[in-house]
Ligand binder design. Structure first.
Ligand SMILES: Cc1cc2nc3c(=O)[nH]c(=O)nc-3n(C[C@H](O)[C@H](O)[C@H](O)COP(=O)(O)OP(=O)(O)OC[C@H]3O[C@@H](n4cnc5c(N)ncnc54)[C@H](O)[C@@H]3O)c2cc1C
Length: 408
């Protein structure tokens, strides 16, 4: 083995966590090789946030994560929201804050983030090798990494920053799970997360493209209720949008036991919907149902509601019986759906499951099974809500591991 193939650290995966880790290691005077199987680093960063990259969130906390939130909490201790903002500002990336604390680059393009990281890595001396898939890893005295090309590199420390199976179009792969398993790790079976839902009710197609602010409630298993408020987007096959994407992880875990019931409350801010309807009927007694819902509901939702509840179209709402009002208010508050499946990995923005975090030192992200190995980001059994939390976790992991590696 000659000097040119020997490094202090080899990082497999030049995504969010790998780029951050590489930069921080190089700044700490380590000789770093960053391997990327795609032709370009950070492809997932580029597609994130609809090409705008929601890079962090002003309100990030451990409660925004599932899987092992305690590990996320440890990472947030070393890399807080303010640390994240300071870090990107120091890289020259100006940012803006939008609704619900979501932070984007001011340019409105994710290239600002990916390019800033790539440039900073190059300036710090990171050796980035693209089109280089690591296919085999082993540890003797040193780590030995073999590429698909047959080339072999060795290092003192090895970092797995391979991400998850989600979105294979931009690099999502099982590779990290295989490499981690080869070094003695176990997996919590990965399932798609932040992914849209197929529902049994075919009539949903009538709402395709309609958006609404709702509270979604699901029952993923007996005695378990989860709720989330936000925007729902109706599609030809079912439901999408942040309100339901954030519930897809637990739904995916429950689906092997059978379809999962879900309801949408179209007016979460109105506690007594029946009373509200009664008052509205008093204001507009001569209106037909369709006219009555104008200004209250999207036209397509109103039409479906009329059909679903069997309202008589020509009847003035003043003629509604108490039972009719009850049915309408109940449907508006808990419109029932049945989730039959998650959309596939090609549409998933993240993965639930991954490397079992009980096998990881929370403060350093070093493996408890293989000293000198660090495992980061989405490869771990930690998944965040939609809103910048997954990228924050990935940056934070890269920062935490680099900080924890012994000085040269
Ligand atoms: C469409 C979409 C939109 C998203 N939008 C947002 C958003 O706005 N905000 C947010 O917080 N999160 C968002 N996410 C999630 C976020 O992008 C990921 O959580 C984050 O990128 C994970 O970082 P990571 O470093 O763990 O993995 P990745 O960023 O996926 O990086 C892993 C890298 O490793 C490479 N790799 C894998 N195996 C090997 C191997 N064997 N050899 C060499 N290279 C390998 C891959 O090609 C990849 O480049 C989005 C995800 C998707 C798919």
């Amino acid at each position: 083995m000659n000097d040119s193939s020997s490094y202090d650290v080899i990082i497999i995966g030049a995504g969010a966590s790998g780029l951050m880790c590489a930069l921080q290691c190089a700044r700490r005077k380590k000789r770093v090789l960053l391997l990327e199987k795609e032709h370009q680093a950070g492809r997932k960063i580029l597609v994130s946030g609809n090409g705008r990259c929601n890079l962090t969130n002003a309100y990030v906390s451990a409660s925004d994560y599932r899987g092992a939130p305690e590990l996320a909490e440890a990472v947030l201790k070393y890399f807080s929201f303010q640390n994240c903002l300071d870090f990107f500002h120091a890289l020259g990336v100006l940012t803006v804050q939008e609704g619900q604390g979501r932070i984007f680059p001011r340019t409105g393009k994710s290239t600002a983030v990916a390019e800033a990281l790539r440039l900073a890595c190059a300036e710090a001396g990171v050796e980035l090798k693209t089109d280089s898939e690591a296919v085999k890893v082993e540890k003797k005295k040193l780590f030995r990494v073999k590429l698909q090309t047959g080339e072999t590199f060795v290092s003192k420390y090895l970092v797995l920053a391979c991400g998850s199976k989600a979105y294979p179009q931009v690099g999502g792969t099982e590779s990290g799970y295989r490499l981690a398993s080869a070094l003695g790790h176990h997996l919590v079976p990965p399932t798609p997360a932040l992914v849209a839902l197929n529902v049994r009710e075919k009539a949903v197609a009538r709402l395709q493209g309609v958006r609404a602010q709702v509270r979604a409630t699901v029952w993923p298993g007996t005695h378990r209720v989860l709720q989330n408020e936000g925007e729902v987007l109706f599609t030809a096959y079912g439901l999408s949008g942040p309100a339901v994407l954030n519930l897809s992880g637990p739904i995916g875990k429950a689906l092997p036991e059978g379809p999962v019931p879900l309801t949408l409350d179209f007016f979460p801010e109105i506690a007594n919907k029946e009373e509200f309807l009664k008052e509205r009927v008093a204001c507009f007694p001569s209106r037909t149902a369709k006219e009555f819902f104008a200004g209250l509901l999207h036209e397509n939702i109103a039409n479906l509601l009329i059909d679903f509840t069997g309202l008589k179209k020509a009847l003035p709402v003043a003629a509604w019986t108490e039972n009719t009002r009850k049915t309408v208010s109940k449907t508006l508050g808990a419109w029932p759906f049945t989730v039959t499946a998650l959309r596939p990995w090609t549409e998933a923005m993240a993965a639930a499951g991954g490397v079992n975090c009980a096998e990881i030192n929370y403060n350093t992200l070093e493996s408890l099974r293989c000293p000198g190995l660090y495992i980061l980001g989405e490869l771990l059994n930690v998944d965040g809500r939609s809103g910048g939390f997954n990228l924050h976790f990935a940056w934070g992991c890269g920062y935490t591991a680099a900080r924890a590696m012994p000085e040269e």
